[in-house]
Design a protein around this ligand. Structure first.
Ligand code: ADP
Length: 482
């Protein structure tokens, strides 16, 4: 057993550490070598129902705390996370595989949502509307929506939880979280620190399970849950959206992306290469805002391709806890298989391998950082999210062609482009059908800006002052007879 004091192997419901009713557990493994880290309970429908009921009871009092009181508790939680940054990062790398430097970054990033919403908690303002009749007064008040269910993925085991729970809790909601089965330990560690911070029982609950269908069914079907916030694949998002229909829950969905990265001939190519590296190879390509397609104008295509290939070939691949590692293993074998299929399909249809293209010599789920040149629209990699360290390079001639190619996808999460001409910058930024655009920037996520997608990439925004709206209902009060 690992000696990390924040490693918890029980579920956390209503302030208590519990086992599954039937005693079932499942293994959490280290993706670097597939070794078992620990076993955690696999909860079912009955425990989920109880957690929801307890969260509903906790909601009745939590909503009555003053905004300042909720803010103080969130602030305390934030401070404890920052004080335990190293332990949290170690645990995250252990169960998820990303290099320690990236895990440390995720803990700070995750905590920043708690800090931000601890402050925003105090700024949930209502409205007074001039009434159309002299004997009436119109007022809009804002109220927390109720019990929130959060279903989160493995690629950001800490930050995807804080990004949902901090605004929910700041607004006065209580939350029931189902973390990904690959990475429940980061969620449970957050629960331990929430407990230590004095967050009242029932406000923050963590339900590990390897039976997502059963727990997800209860979370989406139970009428006490008033809101679902989900981050994950588009297929599961659509399924959950359907399941929420019977009780008309509010939903926020952060789904898949197919981010284009456009390099125009007036771009600063060195800056574009640096941005490309950051946007594509972070978390070994396993983020929903990672670039999936590089579209490069023909005049700068060769220069960009060669410089990027050189930088990518120099990336250090290795286990997360090795200090110089820049690329960890992929999360599991299925992820490796998908990456390999995309590469093989592209090569079979005429793409050119510039570097990588196969399993890394370390074996397991380590994959070589890869670049494919001469990629075309008929290849799978052009329209499916790869979620791995593969950069496909497409060629374009005109600005309009680049915009059309970029938008030719059902997804619309992030896009990036490099150009210096100010007219082009505005035209392209406005024409891209995505929720976020990085302009001469490869990393755009921050707690202070609205994160989210359009089209099949999702509904709603996380972070920023807009993030609170997702957990608030407005109520219109019409006062007559004055
Ligand atoms: P990924 O491909 O990144 O694992 P998923 O959408 O499968 O994305 O998983 C994201 C989250 O959704 C995880 O917590 C997973 O357990 C959960 N999940 C997957 N299928 C279901 C389902 N049918 N009902 C509820 N949750 C689900």
């Amino acid at each position: 057993m690992n000696s990390n004091a924040l490693l918890k192997n029980r579920a956390y419901i209503n302030g208590e550490w519990i086992s599954a009713d039937n005693g079932r557990t499942f293994a959490v493994t280290n993706p670097a070598d597939n070794s078992e880290i620990t076993q955690v309970p696999s909860l079912g429908a009955a425990e989920t129902r109880r957690a929801i009921e307890q969260a509903e009871i906790a909601f009745r009092s939590w909503r009555k705390y003053t905004a300042q009181e909720r803010s103080n508790l969130l602030r305390r939680w934030y401070e404890l996370i920052m004080a335990n940054q190293e332990e949290l990062a170690q645990l995250l790398s252990l169960e998820q595989g990303k290099p320690l430097a990236e895990s440390r970054g995720e803990i700070v990033y995750g905590a920043s949502f708690i800090e931000w919403f601890a402050e925003e908690a105090k700024r949930v303002y209502g409205d007074v509307i001039p009434a159309p009749a002299p004997d009436r007064r119109f007022v809009v008040i804002k109220q927390p929506i109720g019990v929130v269910a959060a279903i989160t993925p493995w690629n950001f085991p800490n930050a995807m939880i804080t990004r949902k729970c901090a605004p929910a809790m700041a607004a006065g909601c209580t939350v029931v979280i189902k973390p990904a089965p690959d990475t429940p330990l980061s969620a449970l560690a957050l629960a331990a620190l929430a407990d230590e911070a004095g967050i009242p029982p029932g406000v923050f609950n963590v339900l590990p399970t390897d039976d997502a269908v059963t727990v997800g069914g209860e979370l989406t079907g139970n009428p006490l849950v008033r809101k679902l916030s989900f981050t994950g694949s588009t297929a599961v998002g659509k399924l959950l959206m359907g399941q929420c229909a019977s009780t008309v829950k509010k939903i926020s969905l952060e789904l898949g992306g197919n981010a284009p990265f456009l390099v125009f001939d007036d771009a600063d190519i060195d800056a574009a290469v640096a941005g490309a590296l950051a946007s594509k190879y972070r978390n070994s390509g396993q983020t929903c805002v990672c670039t999936n397609r590089f579209l490069v104008q023909e005049k700068v295509y060769d220069e960009f391709a060669e410089k990027l290939a050189k930088a990518v070939a120099a990336l250090q691949v290795g286990p997360a806890l090795t200090s110089d590692s820049q690329q960890g293993p992929l999360i599991n074998q299925a992820a490796v298989d998908k990456v390999q299929q995309h590469v093989d399909d592209a090569v079979a249809k005429g793409a050119r391998l510039m570097t990588g293209g196969q399993l890394h010599e370390l074996g397991g789920t380590f994959y070589q950082p890869t670049i494919l040149a001469d990629v075309t629209a008929d290849m799978r990699i052009a329209c499916e999210e790869t979620f791995g360290p593969v950069a496909p390079l497409f060629r374009f001639k005109t600005e309009q062609e680049a915009i059309d190619l970029a938008n030719d996808t059902p997804f619309g999460l992030a896009a990036y482009f490099y150009a210096r001409d100010i007219g082009r910058v505005w035209r392209v930024a406005e024409a891209l059908e995505t929720g976020m655009v990085g302009i001469n920037e490869g990393i755009i996520s921050t707690a202070v800006a609205p994160f989210g997608g359009v089209k099949e990439s999702g509904i709603g925004r996380e972070g920023s002052r807009y993030g609170l709206d997702e957990f608030i209902e407005m109520k219109y009060l019409c006062m007559g007879g004055l």
